[in-house]
Design a protein around this ligand. Structure first.
Ligand SMILES: [Ca+2]
Ligand SMILES: [Ca+2]
Ligand SMILES: [Ca+2]
Length: 737
């Protein structure tokens, strides 16, 4: 079929070549090679003073009438209210709508997390092809995600659902075991099985006109005992003595397969079948953390990060996790050893030392004194130091040094998010705290403190605050005995909000504010010369047939073709964004939306060009949670490419829905792909401030539910690893902020 739609990738490559912008590599995790250690924040982008610290700078309250006018504001805030659209008015069968947004040719409704355009043929705009856009029908789609894992001998009842086509639907299935059946008219699968197993389950649905759709799932019968890595510590090894330990796991469905997420030290191996970790080092001791992964027979996996230490005749006694350096403050630490023969000679063997605000690296003296001034931006640094004693024996240790306050406070709209790190507080008070109290005052002298949190968690959101007010928060740790100890005080000043682009220090916005790391697959890609402005602020996409595509509107992350199970980093570029003037709270339902420039192939809204990405969130820079992904391929050979079907990327992906142009903070209007932090099932996680988006690449990742490889479209230069290949990020917007 010929491509009528402007072949955006070709056009964009030309534009880019003409502009010749270099990619930005932005420091956040300094241990990564190529990470230039500076951060271009929103303030740099729009020319405001980046030195301003929003939690400390003096602030003149602004009345609403005095708010600076933003040229972008009308496009977001002046949208007319959408007239209500009930299902009887829809041109096709879409019952139980989850939302509607857009106007005219861009009007769309949402069902099962996917937005479908709805418009009358008379309102066609130039971008839509009337011959391709049959507005009376949505094709028949099976929408359901993979059924849940079911224990042996326990009954499973799972309703499969479909939309589009012409009801009524008829259902059938193909499954290689007895004991299950599907109701042909309702699509409800029922049954049970006595043994743990993992089987392909093909589901077929036929509509009244004989049209058919199919989907291939994995039916998992497994103990619900969660897969657990039962090895909780690794034995201490010694230089010159062969090291051997066998890792253990329980739950899930054996047999288990073992692997590591981190590189093992030289001379060490992990047997994937037996879990035997073994090796020998002759002259170099080390003390580092390794991340171990166990996968069971039905592709569930779990990981654990454990200290791994080989003792030399002397050891480095400074703990791995260094106390945080406060932003902008001087920092000095003297590393210490025990045993061995003095003098010791210190050197950096891996990673990078932090940089001061002038981008000069901190210094490590040969005597083991690390000193410098902390940058103004929160960041985490990992590096490995080596000490060599007078006899030539060496000992290595990996350190983590965070730059941030011990009490994190992020102001938002009439609320503030607070968080602290128990490990650091334990280091400060000499033992784990049994509880924490946070107090709030309106003056720095601490008069009239109000207790706003008491418990054993690590984060909470303080509600009911006044815009333009400044609050002083103090964190108190409760040691095992004795009175609480004040640990840290931090202030927060609440700004008025706009849904357009904010102004640092004056006007906050619900959108991502800064790029922490940008790691494309090659330099000079589409939009790389416009980072961070093209991915901060509100979405530039203005409608379902009007995806953002200019380099100052979107940033391409790049994708390549790989092999399943490979490290995804060389095949899918990534970006990490920070929220600096608002938080993303885990509120009711969806919490944030990712906007990409999904477009319709040949103007046909039923054939989507989607470049998928996986999404992770964090509250602390070193603790990430990824949304689980579910791929649902067709069960039979399809006449169209499965990757043009939004229900192929069934759950957990960004990049499957177009932007409607309506209010980006309302997931029932905005289009894009919305995510609910509750889906991560992380106990006690009330808010986050970092989001990482990584292009999936083609054939690299497997999904979390059936192990299906994640396919990426390969046409239109989508997997060249350069220029505009891969996911094109437009914006990320908080819903609860
Ligand atoms: Ca913001
Ligand atoms: Ca939520
Ligand atoms: Ca944008």
């Amino acid at each position: 079929m010929s491509v009528r739609q402007a072949p955006r990738h070709t056009v964009l490559v030309t534009v880019l070549a003409a502009l010749g912008f270099a990619a930005l590599f932005i420091g956040f995790d300094s241990a990564r090679p190529g990470g230039a250690p500076w951060l271009k924040s929103l303030a740099d982008w729009i020319g405001l003073n980046p030195q301003a610290d929003s939690t400390r700078s003096p602030f003149t309250p602004l009345g609403i009438a005095e708010l600076p006018k933003d040229p972008d504001a009308p496009s977001i805030t002046a949208l007319p209210t959408l007239p209500s659209l009930d299902s009887t008015q829809l041109p096709f069968d879409l019952l139980s709508l989850e939302g509607q947004g857009g106007q005219g040719i861009h009007r769309a409704v949402r069902r099962a997390g996917v937005w479908f355009p709805v418009f009358s043929p008379g309102s066609n705009a130039a971008n839509a092809d009337p011959e391709k856009t049959d507005t009376t029908k949505v094709p028949l789609y099976i929408t359901s995600p993979t059924p849940p894992i079911t224990p042996p001998n326990q009954n499973l009842t799972y309703p499969f659902e479909a939309i589009g086509g012409t009801p009524p639907y008829r259902w059938r299935m193909v499954l290689g075991v007895e004991g299950f059946s599907i109701n042909p008219s309702t699509g409800v699968l029922t049954g049970q099985h006595p043994e743990p197993t993992s089987l392909p389950l093909a589901i077929h649905v036929t509509d009244a006109t004989g049209a058919e759709d199919s989907a291939l799932y994995t039916l998992r019968i497994s103990q619900t005992d969660p897969l657990t890595l039962t090895t909780t510590e690794l034995p201490l090894g010694t230089i010159g003595t062969p090291y051997e330990t066998t890792l253990t796991a329980s739950g899930g469905t054996p047999p288990y397969t073992w692997s590591t997420e981190t590189t093992l030290p030289e001379g060490f191996t992990l047997d994937p079948t037996s879990g035997l970790l073994s090796g020998l080092t002759a002259t170099t001791g080390f003390d580092q953390e390794i991340t171990l992964r166990v996968t069971d027979a039905v592709s569930q996996e779990t990981t654990a990060t454990l200290p791994f230490r080989i003792e030399a005749p002397f050891e480095i006694t400074t703990p791995n996790n260094l106390l945080p350096a406060a932003p902008g403050a001087p920092y000095q630490i003297t590393f210490t050893t025990e045993g061995g023969t003095a003098p010791f000679l210190w050197s950096l063997t891996e990673g990078n030392l932090p940089l001061d605000p002038q981008s000069t690296p901190w210094t490590l003296s040969p005597e083991g004194i690390l000193s410098g001034q902390a940058s103004l931006i929160d960041s985490t640094h990992r590096f490995t130091l080596e000490a060599q004693d007078a006899t030539g024996i060496t000992s290595r240790k990996t350190f983590t040094l965070p730059i941030r306050r011990s009490l994190i406070v992020l102001p938002s709209r009439e609320k503030a998010g607070l968080a602290w790190h128990p490990r650091e507080i334990a280091a400060l008070i000499g033992s784990p705290a049994r509880a924490y109290t946070v107090t709030r005052t309106l003056t720095p002298d601490g008069a009239n403190p109000q207790v706003v949190y008491q418990g054993s968690g690590t984060n909470f959101v303080d509600h009911g605050l006044a815009t333009t007010a400044t609050y002083f928060y103090t964190l108190h740790a409760h040691p095992p005995s004795g009175p609480p100890i004040p640990i840290a005080t931090t202030t927060a000043t609440l700004r008025p909000f706009t849904t357009a682009r904010g102004r640092p220090g004056q006007l906050a916005d619900p959108h991502a504010d800064a790029v922490k790391i940008f790691r494309p697959l090659s330099n000079g890609g589409h939009g790389s010369g416009f980072v961070p402005g093209n991915v901060t602020g509100p979405p530039d996409g203005t409608g379902t047939f009007a995806p953002a595509s200019n380099p100052d509107h979107v940033l391409s992350l790049h994708a390549r073709i790989g092999t399943p199970g490979a490290n995804p980093d060389p095949f899918g570029g990534s970006i990490t964004l920070a929220f600096e003037d608002n938080l993303i709270e885990n509120g009711p339902g969806e919490d944030f939306t990712v906007f990409e420039n999904v477009f319709f192939i040949n103007g046909d809204p039923n054939q989507r060009f989607m470049e998928p990405a996986i999404v992770s969130v964090a509250l602390f820079e070193d603790q990430w949670y990824r949304f689980p992904i579910d791929i649902v391929p067709p069960a039979t050979t399809s006449s169209t490419n499965p990757t043009t079907d939004p229900f192929y990327y069934n759950r957990g992906f960004a990049g499957r829905n177009a932007t409607t142009g309506s209010n980006p903070t309302d997931p029932q209007q905005s289009g894009g792909d919305s995510f609910d932090l509750s889906a991560l099932k992380i106990p006690g996680l009330t808010w986050v401030r970092y989001i990482k988006i990584q292009s999936t690449g083609h054939n690299v990742l497997r999904d979390d539910f059936g192990g299906h490889p994640v396919q990426h479209p390969t046409s239109l230069g989508a997997t060249t690893g350069t220029s505009s290949s891969g996911f094109d990020l437009d914006a990320i917007t908080a819903i609860h902020y």
